[in-house]
Design a binder for this molecule. Structure first.
Ligand SMILES: Cc1cc2nc3c(=O)[nH]c(=O)nc-3n(C[C@H](O)[C@H](O)[C@H](O)COP(=O)(O)OP(=O)(O)OC[C@H]3O[C@@H](n4cnc5c(N)ncnc54)[C@H](O)[C@@H]3O)c2cc1C
Length: 416
């Protein structure tokens, strides 16, 4: 048996790293034990043939308060998406801009063939209501599904189908919009108060920056924690490790197994990456499937946002497919390309398949009731704590905030 540091943290995702950083800043000796071969958890980036491939398309919303508090945005060299989106319907791309952040945007919004006049007025009203509401207030609102809340607010079915379903469905990984409306409002507020961005060196630059504040020998990889009893962990080779405090910062299903709780249901997603000689869309746009035909929910030419994601003269395309599918990667990619040929013409069949990612547990499911209370307890029993996006909300913000909350609980208890 090894005698360990004061605190052992299981999992080197954003929650575990954020927790470790707060503890290290307070002078606590700690070790992070990670099952995989690196940091980041669900936020990792691979290099393939000179392209940077995030393990699933995802973005940082710069308005996240916990990210602002923890990260050095300047050092991340953030590259921004255009404020708004393109949506494919009626056989063409339709643009919906954020008029507050687009020169000439007001006339563009009212001219656009995208929703009724009432839809446009309602979305502007929702935006200003959310600007004035605190996050605490948003997470205390009566809980119901996003779809129900949008219908009650008077949005037309067509606008929900062409904009909210692919846009927020893509963020909540839930094309049916059954997720809690609190998440939709939280994300909408974050989108309108800051930028949607990716670091020039890939999303993995975010966990790397947090980990750079940790002592070099505090991270241990390729070591799965099998079980937890009292204050003792059993590691995969039968080795045991003890500490005064143990923080389980694993994803929801793995954490539930370790601390003996019910597993959260999962939202699943797949992401397909292709290389092209020419970008099929110019400009840093998020592109939505507004007509609902085909497997791709949202699409982006990532290299138009951050040119460093592709070698010079090449374009990197990402296509996101929600849910789980029985098809092989090759079969599903065939359907992706068929849809893209419909959008962009025969050139889509010249795109070179780079890689795809299937992520069975991309986010915990957050139907109404799941965020009640908005911040679930991080103390499990004396000496055992838990953090992760399943403790707050399924986002970079939620994961990092839960890590800080767990660190604060550990610090308070160790000081007793
Ligand atoms: C494709 C995709 C798109 C997303 N899009 C966005 C987005 O645009 N914006 C946003 O804010 N959020 C997004 N998210 C959500 C966000 O990435 C997650 O909420 C967040 O990264 C979760 O961090 P975490 O630390 O809680 O969990 P994880 O990142 O899952 O970290 C848990 C770690 O624990 C390790 N572990 C598990 N079990 C064990 C064990 N037994 N022993 C040792 N180690 C273990 C795992 O290997 C992992 O490294 C997206 C997620 C995905 C997958």
């Amino acid at each position: 048996m090894s005698t360990g540091p004061d605190v052992l943290i299981v999992g080197a995702g954003l929650a575990g790293l954020a927790c470790a950083r707060h503890l290290a800043d307070s002078g606590i000796a700690l070790e992070v034990i990670e099952a995989s071969d690196g940091i980041g958890g669900r936020v990792r980036t691979d290099q393939v043939d000179g392209f940077l491939l995030d393990r699933g398309f995802q973005v940082l919303l710069t308005a996240y308060p916990e990210a602002q508090r923890t990260l050095d945005y300047h050092a991340l060299d953030l590259k921004k998406f255009a404020p708004g989106a393109l949506s494919w319907f009626a056989g063409r791309m339709n643009k919906l801009v954020d008029p507050w952040r687009t020169p000439g945007g007001w006339s563009e919004v009212f001219r656009a063939d995208f929703g009724t006049l009432l839809d446009k007025l309602r979305i502007l009203r929702l935006r200003s209501q959310l600007q004035n509401a605190s996050l605490e207030k948003i997470f205390q609102r009566p809980d119901r599904s996003a779809k129900e809340a949008l219908a009650t607010a008077g949005f037309s079915e067509e606008f929900i189908h062409r904009f909210f379903r692919p846009f927020f469905g893509g963020i909540l990984l839930d094309a049916e919009l059954k997720s809690s409306n609190r998440m939709l409002e939280f994300v909408f507020k974050m989108l309108s108060q800051g930028d949607t961005a990716i670091p020039s060196r890939g999303m993995s630059a975010i966990p790397a920056q947090i980990a750079s504040h940790l002592p070099a020998d505090s991270l241990r990889f390729n070591t799965r924690v099998e079980s937890l009893h009292e204050n003792e962990l059993t590691l995969q080779a039968g080795e045991t490790a003890r500490a005064r405090a143990i923080v389980v910062a694993a994803d929801g299903p793995a954490a539930a197994h370790l601390v003996g709780e019910a597993e959260p249901a999962s939202r699943s997603v797949s992401c397909f990456y292709y290389a092209a000689d020419e970008p099929p869309v110019t400009g840093p746009w998020l592109v939505l499937n507004g007509d609902g035909a085909g497997p791709v929910n949202n699409f982006s030419v990532v290299s138009e946002v951050a040119p460093s994601y592709a070698p010079s003269g090449k374009a990197l395309i990402s296509a996101t497919v929600l849910g789980t599918h029985q098809l092989t990667d090759q079969q599903l990619s065939g359907f992706v390309i068929a849809q893209m040929k419909n959008w962009f013409g025969p050139v889509a069949s010249t795109w070179r398949y780079l890689k795809s990612y299937r992520i069975p547990h991309a986010q915990p499911q957050q139907f109404p009731g799941a965020l009640e209370p908005p911040q679930r307890p991080v103390r499990v029993r004396p000496g055992v704590y838990v953090c992760g996006d399943h403790r707050d909300n399924a986002s970079i913000q939620g994961a990092m905030l839960s890590g800080r909350r767990a660190a604060e609980a550990v610090l308070a208890d160790l000081a007793r």
